[in-house]
Design a protein around this ligand. Structure first.
Ligand SMILES: *Cc1c(COP(=O)(O)O)cnc(C)c1O
Length: 844
C-alpha cells in the first residue's frame, strides 16, 4: 500500500478508567512505577514489546480487556490512588518556586532550555547518552520545583540507533522509523488553535518544521520535526537521526534547533526571560533572537548585548575535539544570509566564533559553536568542580592575559532525577523511615540520615530481590541475542546459569568512548581470573554500552569484552548486554552491588550513572574524576587511582588498573563477604546506607536545578531586565562603549615599575607605579592594578590615578612567602557581567 497518511484512533475507554489517556500523555508516569503498572497490567507482552509505551499499549489492547480491568476492584483502587497522586502533583500550589516567588519574581517570564537530545524514557529514543539524560532529568526537576520552564529539542523520527551484537560481538546499528502518532506526544497547536509550523531558511531553501509537544509533569517540551510533505526528500531527512551524517548535516540541524526553536516558542506564545543553551549545539538560538531585535530597529551591537545578557551556556566537553567547528567556506554556505539579516558584516559575526584550527598542516580560522556560545552568553558553566577548572584552562585563550582561575566559567555539578531511577522497592523502603513529603525534599541532606534506621535484614532483602530481578533481565536479554544469532540449544540453555545472585556483582555501563577505558579491567587477565573465580568469594561483572556508529575503536572495545566473556575462565561471570538504553540502565543501577567507572582523568566532565546506582544503594568504585571526586567521602564507596594526572597514558592505565585490582582484592571483596553472627555483612550494609544517604540529596537533580536557578537563572533574569529596560538603553550604552574600547585598545600602552629589595620583612611595603597611555579611553573606564601571586593566592590591588596617566600604590606584604608581582590594565564598566567579558587585558 502507498501510505498517504496515518491517524491514531485511541480506544474508547470505559468511564471508570477514562483518564488513562490523559495520564499516558504526561511523562509523569515515567518516574512513577505505580502509574506504569496501570498500563503494563493491561497486557504485559505488548507493554514489553513496545518499549513500555503507554499510548501504544492502549492502542494494542482489546476493548474486552479494558472493560475487564474497569470492573476489577484491585485495578480501580490502584487507578484511584495513582490519579489522586497525579492530581496532587499537577495541582500543587505550594511548590519550591512559589515559596521563592519573591526572588524569582522581578518580572521573570521563565526559562527556555535548548538541547539537541533529551532522554525521558526508552520509548522516546531521541537521546544518545549522558547529555540527553541530563537534559531530560533537568526538565523533570524543573517540573517538580514548579519553575516556569519550557524546553526545546528535536524529534528525530529514526531516533538514535538500536544496538545489536552479531555472532562476533561486533556492534550493528539498526534504525527504525518511529511511528510518531503512537508516541506520548501531540501536535502543537497555537493559541489560535492551528497546527504550529515554523520555517527556517537554509542555503536558499525554506525548511518547514512541524512542532510537537511533550508534557513532562507541569512543564512542556517543544519538539521540531522536518519530516513533512512541504519539504524535499532530503530536507525531510534533516531530523531523521541524532548525531548522524557529516558536518554539513550537523550545522543544518543546529540551525533548525536554534533558529527554529526560538520561532516555535514565538508561535506558541511562550515567554522567556532566560535562555539556557545545553551544550554548544544550541548556540544558533542567538542568531534568531538578535534578528528579532534588529527587526525591531536595534543596531547589531545593542541587539547582541540585549540577547547575551539573558543567555546561559553550559559546556559538557572537556575534549577540544568534541567541540564542533566549521571551516569558513562551509559556514558561508549555511550562514551566508545571516550577516545581512543581522545588519552586520560577515567579519564581525564570524569574529564572535573564531577559533584557529590546525587543519591540513596549517592554521586556519574556523567558526566554533563553543566559542560562539561563550561570547554570546553572560554566564557559562562546567558540570563539576574539576570540569569547571578544566574548562577555564581550555578556554583561557579567549580571555588573553587572564589567569586560568579568572576565566569567567563557573560550575554546577550534575545531578540525576532520583525518582526516574529509584526502584519502587527502594521507594517503599525509604518511605518507611523518611517523612511523608520526602519526594519533594530530595535535596535535604539531614532528612536522609533516617535511612540509618533501616534494619540490616530489610535492606539486604531488598538488595537481593533487586539483584535477582536484574539477573532475570540479563538472562532473557542474552537469550534473545543468542537466538537471533542462531546459537545452539546448549548455548541458549546455558544462559539459565548466567550470573549467580549470591556473588558480588559489579556493573559498568556507559557510552563506549575510548577515554572511558571500558577494557581497563582486562589489563591483567590472570589476576582478574583469580578474583572472579575465587570459590568462596566470587565476583562477576555486567557491562553495557553503545559506541557511536563511526567510532571503530569504541566498537573494538565492545568486541574485546564480548570475546573475553566467552573465554572459559570468564564464562558466566562476565556479561555484556546489548542496547544500553534507559531501560537497561534502570535494571543495572537498581540491581548491581557496586558501580564501577574508570575514565581517564580528567576527561569525564561529570558522569551520572554512578549517582543513579547509589540512589539504589550501590556504592561507587570509581576514578576520582567528575562528580565522584566531590561525592566520595571515604565511606560511601572506593576510589580508583590517585587525584593526579599523567603525561604518559600507558603509565596512567597501569597505575589505575593496579589500584583497581588491589582495592577489589583487599577492600571490596573482604567487606562484601565479611558476615557476622546473623549471617549479614553489617559492614557492607553500612557502606550501602552511606551511599544512599550521601548521594541521594547531594546529587539529586533537584539540588542541581535549584543551583542553576539561584546561581544563574535569577542573576540573568535581573541582568537582562536591567539591560533591556527603556528600550535597551543599557544594552546600547554597553554596546557602544565596547566598540569604542575595542577601537582604542590597540593604541593604549602601559609601563610599570616596582621598587623591590631582594627580601622584605613581613609588613613592609613595596611601591608600584605605572605610566598609562589611555588613547581615547576615559581614565574612569580603565582599571590599572597590581597582581601579586603567592602560591595559589592571587592578590589584586588597584593603582591610584595621579593624573597625566601616572598611577601609583604601595602594598604591605603581610604574609611571608615568594611573591610574583605584575601590573596590568583592563577596561572597566560597572555593568559588565565580568571584567573579563571583553577579553581585553594588557600586562606591563
Ligand atoms: C545515565 C545514563 C548515561 C550517562 O551515564 P555516564 O555515567 O555519564 O556515562 C548514559 N546512558 C544512559 C541510558 C543512562 O541512563
Amino acid at each position: 500500500m502507498n501510505v498517504i497518511g496515518k491517524v491514531t484512533v485511541l480506544p474508547r475507554l470505559p468511564e471508570a478508567i477514562v483518564r488513562l489517556e490523559e495520564l499516558a500523555y504526561n511523562m509523569y508516569w515515567s518516574w512513577t512505577p505505580r502509574a506504569q503498572e496501570l498500563y503494563s497490567i493491561l497486557d504485559e507482552g505488548v507493554w514489553n514489546r513496545f518499549q513500555h509505551n503507554p499510548v501504544r499499549t492502549m492502542l494494542e489492547v482489546s476493548a474486552e480487556r479494558l472493560t475487564q480491568v474497569a470492573s476489577d476492584p484491585a485495578y480501580l483502587a490502584q487507578y484511584a490512588a495513582v490519579m489522586a497522586d497525579f492530581d496532587a502533583y499537577m495541582g500543587k500550589k505550594d511548590t519550591w518556586a512559589s515559596q521563592h516567588a519573591a526572588e524569582l519574581g522581578q518580572g521573570g517570564n521563565g526559562v527556555a532550555y535548548f538541547s539537541m537530545e533529551y532522554a525521558y524514557h526508552e520509548c522516546l529514543p531521541i537521546y544518545s547518552g549522558g547529555l540527553g539524560v541530563l537534559a531530560g532529568d533537568h526538565c523533570k526537576s524543573a517540573s517538580d520545583l514548579g519553575l516556569p520552564f519550557t524546553a526545546v529539542g528535536m524529534l528525530f523520527h529514526q531516533g538514535y540507533f538500536t544496538q545489536l551484537f552479531n555472532k562476533d560481538g561486533w556492534q550493528q546499528e539498526s534504525y527504525d522509523q518511529l511511528d510518531l502518532t503512537t508516541l506520548p506526544i501531540r501536535l502543537a497547536r497555537t493559541p489560535a488553535g492551528d497546527e504550529a509550523r515554523v520555517s527556517v531558511r537554509i542555503s536558499g531553501r525554506e525548511i518547514v518544521l512541524r512542532v510537537w509537544t511533550l508534557q513532562v509533569g507541569r512543564i512542556r517540551v517543544l519538539l521540531l520535526d522536518s519530516n513533512v510533505p512541504e519539504n524535499s526528500e532530503d530536507d525531510r531527512k534533516l531530523t531523521a537521526r541524532l548525531y548522524g551524517g557529516n558536518q554539513e548535516l550537523r550545522i543544518q540541524q543546529y540551525l533548525l534547533l536554534g533558529v527554529g526553536g526560538v520561532r516555535a516558542l514565538r508561535v506558541m506564545n511562550v515567554q522567556a526571560s532566560v535562555y539556557h543553551m545545553n551544550e554548544g549545539h544550541a548556540a544558533f538560538m542567538v542568531l534568531e533572537r538578535i534578528r528579532e531585535e534588529v527587526a525591531r530597529g536595534q543596531d547589531f551591537r545593542t541587539a547582541t548585548e540585549a540577547v547575551a545578557a539573558a543567555t546561559l551556556f553550559t559546556t559538557h566537553t572537556p575534549v577540544p575535539a568534541g567541540n564542533d567547528a566549521y571551516p569558513y567556506d562551509l559556514t558561508d554556505k549555511y550562514l551566508g544570509e545571516w550577516p545581512a539579516q543581522l545588519a552586520t558584516s560577515r567579519d564581525e559575526l564570524y569574529e564572535l566564533a573564531r577559533q584557529e584550527q590546525y587543519w591540513d598542516n596549517h592554521w586556519v580560522p574556523s567558526f566554533s559553536m563553543s566559542v560562539f556560545a561563550l561570547r554570546m552568553s553572560r554566564a557559562a558553566n562546567g558540570v563539576s568542580e574539576l570540569h569547571g577548572e578544566v574548562s577555564r584552562g581550555l578556554w583561557n585563550f579567549l580571555y588573553q592575559g587572564a589567569e586560568p582561575e579568572e576565566v569567567p566559567i563557573g560550575h554546577v555539578t550534575n545531578g540525576a532525577h532520583n525518582l526516574t531511577f529509584l526502584a519502587q522497592e527502594y521507594r517503599d523502603l525509604f518511605a518507611g523511615v523518611l517523612p511523608s513529603d520526602w519526594t519533594e525534599r530530595l535535596e535535604d541532606r539531614g532528612m536522609w540520615e533516617a535511612v540509618r534506621d533501616i534494619p540490616d535484614a530489610s535492606l539486604a532483602g531488598t538488595k537481593r530481590r533487586m539483584k535477582v530481578q536484574m539477573i532475570d533481565f540479563v538472562r532473557s536479554s542474552v537469550t534473545r541475542q543468542l537466538e537471533r544469532n542462531g546459537a545452539s540449544a546448549a548455548e541458549i540453555a546455558a544462559t539459565e546459569s548466567l550470573l549467580d545472585p549470591d556473588a558480588l556483582t559489579i556493573g559498568f555501563a556507559r557510552r563506549f568512548a575510548t577515554y572511558k577505558r571500558a577494557t581497563l579491567l582486562f589489563r591483567d587477565k590472570a589476576r582478574l581470573a583469580k578474583i572472579v573465580n575465587d570459590p568462596q568469594r566470587p565476583v562477576q561483572f555486567v557491562f553495557a554500552g553503545k559506541a557511536h556508529p563511526a567510532d571503530n575503536p569504541g566498537k573494538a572495545f565492545i568486541q574485546e569484552i564480548y570475546r573475553t566473556a566467552q573465554e572459559p575462565e570468564f564464562r558466566g561471570k562476565i556479561v555484556i548486554l546489548e542496547n544500553y538504553d534507559m531501560n537497561v540502565a534502570r535494571h543495572l543501577v537498581q540491581g548491581v552491588d557496586v558501580w564501577m567507572n574508570n575514565p581517564r582523568r580528567p576527561l569525564e566532565a561529570s558522569g551520572t550513572s554512578g549517582m543513579k546506582a547509589s540512589f539504589n544503594g550501590a556504592p561507587n568504585f570509581s576514578v576520582l574524576d567528575g562528580w565522584w571526586r566531590e561525592g566520595y567521602d571515604g565511606k560511601n564507596g572506593w576510589p580508583i587511582g590517585d587525584e593526579r594526572e599523567y603525561a604518559d597514558l600507558n603509565l596512567q592505565d597501569d597505575a589505575d588498573s593496579f589500584s583497581l585490582y588491589r582495592t577489589l582484592e583487599d577492600d571490596i571483596v573482604p567487606l562484601y563477604y565479611g558476615l557476622d553472627a546473623e549471617g549479614q555483612s553489617h559492614g557492607w550494609l553500612d557502606s550501602v546506607r552511606q551511599a544512599i544517604i550521601t548521594v541521594n540529596p547531594e546529587f539529586s537533580m533537584q539540588r542541581q536545578v535549584i543551583d542553576y536557578t539561584q546561581k544563574y537563572y535569577l542573576t540573568l533574569n535581573t541582568r537582562s531586565h536591567a539591560v533591556q529596560a527603556n528600550g535597551d538603553a543599557l544594552a546600547r550604552d554597553i554596546g557602544g562603549w565596547k566598540s569604542w574600547i575595542r577601537q582604542q585598545w590597540p593604541h593604549t600602552s602601559l609601563q610599570a615599575s616596582a621598587q623591590l629589595p631582594a627580601s622584605v620583612q613581613p609588613g613592609e611595603r613595596v611601591s608600584i607605579s605605572a605610566q598609562v597611555n589611555p588613547a581615547g579611553i576615559n581614565e574612569s573606564d580603565l582599571r590599572v592594578e597590581a597582581v601579586l601571586k603567592r602560591g595559589e593566592h592571587i592578590i589584586r590591588v588597584p593603582l591610584e590615578s595621579k593624573g597625566q596617566g601616572r598611577y601609583e600604590t604601595s602594598i604591605p606584604l603581610d604574609e611571608s612567602g615568594l611573591y610574583s608581582i605584575g601590573v596590568r590594565m583592563m577596561p572597566e564598566h560597572e555593568k559588565l557581567s565580568s571584567e573579563f567579558e571583553l577579553g581585553l587585558l594588557k600586562w606591563a
